[in-house]
Design a protein around this ligand. Structure first.
Ligand SMILES: *Cc1c(COP(=O)(O)O)cnc(C)c1O
Length: 373
């Protein structure tokens, strides 16, 4: 049975409009639109409490968050990172005149493989930028151990890791800085937006300057900063979204469990295992399609399209295969076998709070019934 209406991989969550109107009225009456206004300040406080972190600085989007985080830590030279991510991870390095060095991923988590990091370190290496891919926590202890031995900074691209915890503790506290994205397609959105989670007030202060042109006060510009400020409209929406965030993740969890149940025994389909002790946010539902399945990954992608279901080949192509990166020595496919295999097998199935069990069951049935030809 084909879905009448298209089902996309995600659908942005929005609170009821009437609940947002009083916030708009307040903005219209105060005329404070941006520059660390009252909603911005409230969201920083309430979000830090919600996420269980000490300090964070809101930014206009996740990409500028990464760019600013690298500036804040004075990163130079080479940065070790994963090819299995969204383009912005490596692009943020290029915007800082840094050289990405790609290291392969682990087959189980699809995150940067700590065992492969040391071999990629050179005298020019100054940082590691791992990604908690799909919200699956990186092996942060092992990464930190290597960073400490070699004196490297660690900046996590935590765009997928909103409120992910390990043994009850926020994953966002790992490393020197972690960067969240609140883009429309993420678990928690402010239309566009993001935040940099900082270990202390001093780091936050520096980031607060950097995101506002480096301005410290009326007559003092301390650094060549940029404009990466979150505005009051975004911050107000964030405050309202926060009220629904727990519930939205719970609804995602139910969808994820439904998929897991329905797909567990399908030959050739692997649902990515969750790490023991981790509290996930179910931002994505990635599956791997291997040779035992009657269709290729692309075949299944097309078959689902026939059913009006638009899954996504995240992350394909690999960043290391994009034209601006593929000539780097570390981008050679022989250096990244696990990432290449994952990029050819992965498919993210639709998951969002309003998806509902009937659409979910239809997708499960389509995957179970797919045959070649
Ligand atoms: C979404 C995303 C970003 C970029 O965040 P924006 O807020 O869209 O700029 C960076 N890295 C990863 C892994 C992402 O998924």
């Amino acid at each position: 049975m084909t879905n009448e209406r298209p089902v996309y991989v995600t659908k942005p969550f929005l609170p009821p409009l009437e609940e947002f109107l009083p916030y708009l009225e307040e903005i219209w009456s105060t005329k404070i639109l941006t520059n660390a206004g009252p909603f911005h300040q409230r969201l920083e406080t309430e979000l830090a409490r919600f996420l269980g972190v000490e300090h964070l600085a809101l930014v206009s989007n996740g990409t500028l968050g990464l760019v600013v985080a690298l500036q804040a830590l004075h990163i130079t030279g080479e940065v070790i990172t994963t090819p299995f991510s969204f383009a912005a991870t490596a692009h943020s390095l290029i915007w800082n005149n840094l050289s990405p060095v790609f290291v392969d991923i682990e087959p189980d988590t699809l995150n940067l493989n700590p065992a492969k990091i040391e071999a990629a370190i050179t005298p020019d290496t100054s940082a590691i930028m791992p990604v908690h891919c799909y919200g699956t926590p990186c092996r942060t202890d092992e990464i930190q151990r290597i960073a400490d031995v070699y004196g490297l900074k660690v900046i996590y691209d935590a765009a997928h890791a909103f409120n992910v915890r390990v043994d009850g503790k926020s994953i966002l506290a790992a490393g020197d800085l972690s960067v969240l994205s609140f883009h429309a397609t993420k678990v928690f959105n402010t239309f566009e937006g993001g935040a940099i989670v900082c270990p202390d007030a001093k780091a936050k202060q520096r980031i607060d300057y950097l995101k506002n042109f480096g301005i410290a006060d009326e007559v003092t510009v301390t650094a060549p900063g940029i404009n990466a400020k979150m505005n009051e409209f975004q911050a107000a929406l964030g405050l309202l979204q926060l009220k629904y965030a727990g519930n939205a993740i719970e609804q995602r969890r139910e969808i994820a469990l439904r998929y897991l149940d329905g797909l567990r025994d399908v030959k050739g389909i692997t649902c990515l295992a969750e790490r023991p002790g981790a509290t996930p946010n179910h931002s994505y539902f990635p599956i791997l399609v291997d040779e035992a399945y009657p269709l290729t990954r692309d075949g299944l992608y097309e078959a689902l399209k026939e059913e009006n279901v638009y899954s996504r080949r995240y992350f394909y192509p690999l960043i290391s295969d994009m034209p601006m990166y593929r000539r780097l020595a570390s981008a050679d496919p022989s250096n990244l076998p696990v990432a290449h295999r994952a990029a050819n097998q992965v498919l993210c199935l639709p998951i969002y709070p309003e998806l509902g069990f009937s659409a979910c069951d239809m997708i499960i049935a389509a995957i179970r019934n797919s045959r070649t030809g």
